[in-house]
Design a protein around this ligand. Sequence first.
Ligand code: COA
Length: 330
Amino acid sequence: MSLLASTGAPFARILGVGKALPSRVVDNAEMCTYIESSDEWIQQRTGIVERRWIGEGEDIQTLSVTAARAAMANSRVAPADIDAVIVSTVSYFHQTPSLAAIVAYEIGATGAAAYDISAACAGFCYAVAQAEALVRAGSATNVLVVGGETLSKLTDLSDRTTAFLFSDGAGAVVVGPSETNGISPVVWGSDGENAPVIVQTTDWEEAVATHQHPYLQMNGQAVFRWATSFVADAAKQILSESGLSAEDLDVFIPHQANDRITNAMLRHMKLPAHVKVARTIKHYGNNSAASVPIAMADMLASGEAKSGDTALIIGFGAGLVYAGQVVVLP
Ligand SMILES: CC(C)(COP(=O)(O)OP(=O)(O)OC[C@H]1O[C@@H](n2cnc3c(N)ncnc32)[C@H](O)[C@@H]1OP(=O)(O)O)[C@@H](O)C(=O)NCCC(=O)NCCS
């Protein structure tokens, strides 16, 4: 007797991308009614002009489902042909059932394997790595990856060191089989020793016992230093493991944490001037796992990036965790 093993596609690629942004625009003037700050300070320190928060009738589920449907339409993959759904989120308030199972049902991917992952702002790139491996191993033909967040629900509006950063949104891609490679080897890792640098203030049990709503709290300067040194090095490693040179790269889509972090990464990597750089933080703020796919969708829709371009994507955040790869844009 010999045990059968699955065999998959020779390669995987991103087949299509979609996004969903909440309707409520919170500009810096409104933000400064909650915290002692100024439009000038927020723009100069982060690049953020305004951010999106959920409004009436919107929540993490509606955003995730809308982004998922857009990604399927863009990929021309029918719901029945989605075999697995992975949702990356840190702001879904149910421990169980998973958001992924609900999204799979709502989009009509009935019976698809479905699970959530928690890798904060690196979550989208973690999930793309998993999807690529599932497709190549033969565990799935098409995988829907969603980054969905409502960080406004974890934002402490009395904390002037974080409140202006966080936002809501969802982005999604379908990863499927390909004859040519569209996703390079992932470079990823974690640093749990520095877990206290970005935390949820209370766990659910403490929240109930103390009536304290949980919020995100962080040491911004420590994150900034780590992102502009260690993570910037990881970005260089992603490029080298992809087999491409900086000259071969068309697009750079880093997690939208702070425009100054993006600029520091660019300097560190010495990317040539022709490389198009994601700057969606200006209008959307930091929406964690959603930021990379939303930026990808926007850059393709505006024509700034085009189908077939090579894009270095990288996420980093609470854990601490990071991940990234070079992908061929759909
Ligand atoms: C949060 C962040 C924007 C703060 O910017 P910074 O340049 O590091 O600012 P600092 O914390 O050094 O504070 C500088 C000064 O601004 C003040 N300040 C802090 N928040 C302020 C606010 N909202 N408005 C005005 N001033 C503020 C500080 O009190 C400090 O004043 P001082 O010099 O008199 O002591 C920046 O550290 C950052 O973006 N870090 C990364 C965060 C991140 O990406 N987190 C998510 C992980 S994915």
